[in-house]
Design a protein around this ligand. Sequence first.
Ligand code: AMP
Ligand code: ZN
Length: 118
Amino acid sequence: MTEISNPDCLFCKIAAGTIPVKWLHEDGQILAFNDINPQAPVHVLLIPKQHFTSHAHTTAGDTAILGQLLATAREVAKAQGLANGYRLVINTGLDGGQTVEHLHVHLLGGRHLGWPPG
Ligand code: AMP
Ligand code: ZN
């Protein structure tokens, strides 16, 4: 069963306001804030307020929140002035390089981004 909130989770604490961050977007279900260790001039994280350990932990019933994350990322990218493009990344699990175990979308932009990733 998916937990609504995990007391030991960093991003749940941010979602709950226990750890304060500057919100770039906030609604009933999603929060966006700047990454503490930016890898590009714009590096925003978008998280569902609900705790999902990773993208792989979502299920067929979570299609709406997954869609809302992508749609919100588009709006935040617009608001951040990323008219030349941007990249969305969801690191998942050990091989995906995920370090914070709460589903999050990286929005990166403001410079040309190389490919492939490391
Ligand atoms: P990932 O490696 O995909 O799990 O991404 C986790 C991201 O969370 C990294 O880019 C970190 O820099 C970022 N991060 C960790 N702690 C914080 C924090 N307190 N506020 C904002 N971003 C954070
Ligand atoms: Zn969490």
